[in-house]
Design a binder for this molecule. Structure first.
Ligand code: PMM
Length: 269
């Protein structure tokens, strides 16, 4: 899954693709580089971010989704709002990527059920402006995320969402402190046991910046985290995750091709 953030302030690429034409060109490039899905988002969820108005979010994502779906890409909309999801599905998206797993908007699960969309439900506890206050997990982060995702699955089932259309996501960086992200990644099997495909968004996140910090402790800036993101993507693919949400699709595709060649999964060349 290739990331197309149509936002002024995302941590990884904020402001670069705010203009629709630039976002569409970027999406087309990710599609050409081998992305199976393009994920279009109009709300930054970086720690501390404030929310855009719904009109603003709609104006950012709908034209981009329309153009990319028209070009033949499978499109997901990265939104927590049912109204934005509805407009995105009307514009040609087929997947709703809701970082709140249905918690932010009470209308979301019913909408997804009614429209028979594929639903990516991420683990989430609070909006970005105060999620840093919710990083306590009494039984450890793996057990906590698993229990809270199970509760969301019950809500999805009650709303009538087809289980065959559900994907779960551990929500790296969302109400998680640095080390908790590594604990979650190591404990991914416990989430896989819930019986649903997993999507993981690790690309360029701050726990990688911390891992790669300079000797004086300065975190590695976002644009220096690509090799680590790609390496982690391969390890996750080897563990059987269904999807990787990444910024550099070409690097990820190349790394996956190397892994598959080593496994003998591709023709010998
Ligand atoms: N991370 C971000 C945004 N959307 N969606 C899913 N499903 N999983 C994630 O981990 C996720 C997401 C924040 O990262 P960005 O600012 O690079 O988009």
């Amino acid at each position: 899954m290739g990331v197309v953030n149509v936002t002024p302030d995302s941590f990884s690429d904020g402001g670069r693709f705010l203009e629709a034409g630039a976002a569409i060109d970027h999406g087309l490039a990710l599609h050409a580089a081998g992305a199976d899905i393009l994920d279009i988002g109009g709300e930054s969820t970086r720690p501390g971010a404030t929310r855009p108005l719904v009109e603003e979010e709609l104006a950012r994502v709908v034209p981009v989704i329309g153009a990319l779906a028209e070009a033949g890409a499978v499109v997901s909309v990265d939104t927590m709002r049912a109204d934005v999801a509805a407009a995105a599905l009307d514009a040609g998206a087929t997947i709703v990527n809701d970082v709140s797993g249905g918690l932010a908007d009470p209308a979301m699960l019913d909408l997804v059920a009614a429209r028979a969309a594929t639903y990516i439900a991420m683990h989430w506890r609070a909006h970005a402006d105060h999620m840093g206050e919710f990083t306590t997990y009494d039984d450890g982060v793996v057990a906590g995320v698993r229990a809270e995702l199970s509760a969301r699955l019950a809500a999805m089932s009650a709303a009538g969402i087809d289980p065959a259309r559900i994907v779960l996501d551990p929500g790296l960086g969302f109400a998680k402190q640095g080390a908790q992200n590594w604990q979650l990644l190591r404990g991914l099997d416990a989430l896989a046991e819930l019986g649903f495909p997993l999507l993981v968004g690790a690309s360029r996140k701050s726990f990688l910046g911390t891992l790669l910090a300079a000797p004086d402790g300065t975190p590695r800036p976002v644009d220096g985290r690509e090799a680590a993101s790609t390496a982690l993507g391969v390890l996750l693919a080897q563990r059987g995750v269904w999807g990787l949400r990444v910024h550099d699709v070409r690097a990820t595709r190349d790394a996956l091709a190397v892994w598959q060649a080593m496994e003998g999964a591709t023709h010998d060349r």
